[in-house]
Design a protein around this ligand. Structure first.
Ligand code: NAD
Length: 301
């Protein structure tokens, strides 16, 4: 197939979602005096995590919500963090709680996640939310997979019947995305590090999602002509200029864009959607806690 794929612009779509979040927040304030609040807890001073946390706080305030940020020292104990989480669970101004991962080795991340009130678990990582998603109940759904579905639906509103192949089976991306795409009536394959003949599997995909963490692993000849390709991977690699680095995805963009019909770039694809979905989830959590319906402006997001 000749021609270049359409680029699915995650920044533009995330901007649209954030506009809708802002409108929803205004509606909740005006009608119910409700100001959704998001608390983010960071342990340690990992520079990348600090950047994420700062960006989240800024977007939260821009959306008209309350932002609570807590920084614990790198040597904080598990109990100290659990105490903080329990206090946030009990705080009525906080509707969403996010503990930035990864955590230092002295802290058991699973235990921390399971201490978060499931109704405030805006990351959707709690086993209760994973179970609700799996069984078709109302759940807070992980942000990155939710963003992937919205990006795919930007190209094709109805994904029914598509062969979807996801590479990666993590609890935060691959597995929940599999469930979301099942809900969209796709036929879903989840491939992983032990999949036999991966390119053969990916060539079946009408919708291909790469969530691996291996720079440019998916080559042009792994992709079915006309496929929609969503690249979740974020990998820092050396740039052409001496001493510089750049971000690339799990997809060899220049090759794959010659074959696919639509593709997300890295950066500027899935990444911006994740924060937008986090704020959307915070609105949903606030509404759930107050027994209110989700504002109409966010219902199909
Ligand atoms: P993970 O390390 O938890 O999981 C990676 C998965 O890839 C595993 O299930 C593994 O089976 C599979 N895998 C590893 N090597 C493979 C191979 N050679 N062939 C096929 N499968 C292989 O990673 P994760 O947390 O799911 O993240 C995946 C990537 O997505 C990373 O690059 C991460 O930085 C990125 N990410 C981006 C966002 C975002 O907002 N854009 C959010 C989360 C993760």
């Amino acid at each position: 197939m000749t021609g270049e794929a359409r680029i699915i612009d995650g920044k533009v779509l995330a901007g649209e979602v954030l506009d809708r979040v802002r409108a929803a927040v205004e509606e909740l304030k005006a009608a119910h005096g409700l100001v959704p609040g998001l608390a983010v807890v960071l342990v340690g001073d990992d520079p990348a995590s600090r950047v994420y946390v700062r960006a989240k706080g800024k977007r939260t305030v821009e959306a008209g919500m309350r932002s609570f940020e807590y920084l614990l020292p790198a040597d904080a104990t598990e109990e100290e963090l659990l105490e903080k989480v329990r206090a946030l669970n009990a705080n009525p101004e906080v509707h969403g709680i996010l503990v930035q991962l990864p955590l230092p080795s002295q802290i058991d991340a699973a235990k921390v996640i399971d201490t978060i009130d499931p109704d405030k678990d805006v990351d959707g990582f709690h086993v209760i939310n994973a179970g609700r998603l799996m069984t078709g109940q109302k759940a807070l759904v992980p942000c990155t997979p939710r963003g992937c579905v919205l990006l795919a639906r930007r190209v094709r509103e109805d994904l029914t019947g598509l062969e979807a192949v996801i590479i990666g089976r993590s609890n935060i991306v691959g597995k929940p995305l599999g469930q979301l795409l099942l809900n969209e009536n796709c036929t879903v394959t989840i491939a992983h590090s032990r999949t036999r003949d991966l390119p053969e599997v990916t060539r079946r995909a009408d919708l291909l999602v790469a969530a691996v963490g291996r720079p440019e692993m998916v080559r042009g000849d792994w992709v079915k002509p006309g496929a929609i390709v969503i690249d979740v991977g974020i990998n820092r690699v050396p740039a052409a200029e001496e001493g510089r680095t750049k971000l690339v995805g799990d997809v060899a963009f220049d090759e794959v864009r010659q074959v696919a019909s639509a593709i997300t770039p890295v950066p500027g694809g899935v990444g911006p959607m994740t924060i937008a979905m986090l704020l959307r989830n915070t609105v949903e959590a606030a509404c759930m806690q107050k027994g209110l319906p989700m504002p109409g402006v966010l219902r199909d997001v």
